[in-house]
Design a protein. Sequence first.
Length: 465
Amino acid sequence: MSQKNETTILALALLLTAAIVGGGFWWFSNNGTKIGNNIIPNQQLGNNPSLQDRISFGEKSFTPGDISSVKKEGVQAIAAKSYDKAIANFTSALKLNRNDPEALIFLNNARIGSSKSYTIVASVPFGTDPNAALEILRGIAQAQNQVNTSGGIKGVPLRVGIANDDDNPEIAKQIASNLVSNSEVLGVVGPNTSDSTLAAGTIYTSGQLVAISPTSTSVKISNFSRYIFRTVPSDFMAARTLANYMVKTLQKKNAVVFFNSQSNYSQSLKSEFVSSVSLEGGQVASEFDLSKADFSAAKSLEQATKQGAEVLMLAANTETLDKALQVVQINQKRLTLLGGDDVYTAKTLEIGREQAVGMVVAVPWHIDGAPKSDFPQKSRQLWGGDVSWRSALSYDATVALIAALERNPTRAGVQEALLSSDFSATGASGTIRFLASGDRNAPVQLVKIVPGSRSRTGYDFEPVR
């Protein structure tokens, strides 16, 4: 392909990206306010003012964009400890926007008021990836709402805090230090990325506070700590499933991989895929680093074609997804496309469009892939539409913490419960049990991009049957 054509395609892709920020699946819709000053109840924040702007139990909204006046009044009411007014405000806010998980969490916190509660905190990347943050919070909010409306944890309600870690390992560590120092916090859901989980995990471990990540998949997290758990399968499972599909189902044996050398997740998925393809009798001819300043989608594809590649594996992370989608556009459906779970976004459908049709992506869960579970129906009733795998696995992480708190509502008790051989809970994606490594032994779902209307983009991810 000529340099001129490549430039034209990339320019169009960038224009599309700019046009659709905030668009895509309904579960990506945003409503919120700027981060401002904050009064956090029962928090021991020390002398770091930036942390005061990063943790909220309802006194500030992190969700970007304009917020309704009633939600703004609810935030102000919680800050003033006017809980009855906050309840009325957040109830009205949810009537205006029913799929706002932040508002539902704040509503449940307002109902608790100053009463006794058990506290957990979600560590999510509102500042850098608000879409992922909202997806994660939908699962947490659903679990909190479910337990609190059914009587709480042996009569005690669950209070949820939200911490904005920006998917930044250093900020995640600062937040972890803060949460460890607050004795009321009994568990954490998050962080989102593997890099942040590994960084903050050292602090949670030394402080003996359990953190369950619903989205961190790096193999480095296995056996990392007896305080770090996850409800999402590791990259080993995703890579093995994709490699098996490539060699056994597609009958293709030669692949190239696109990855980000600066991302723990991307490195992990790439390495596991290379190993798994080799074990299946195939080979990975080349690895292309999306993070390099001189990366060229056209040149990479030209090299891959010369090497006889039949499959393009996209092990991109969020930061390099745009470059991976350039590869999709320039490929023009010539070589078969595979992808890791970070490719499962509305942006892939919006930008990839017809060129992405047929791409197979490995995800931990799909709403149409678990027909026996009642979670899809309940989540649709609550939010008014479909939720993603991030919501389902965050729900599972919260349900696991709730089940552990029912056994023993202390930090030590939570950890002991999760590691117990007889621990189990029922989540969105089936039974939740943890191995001694902190991993959950769960399968991976393959989904394929097809034309469709459910996502409102003209394209959908559907389970591979």
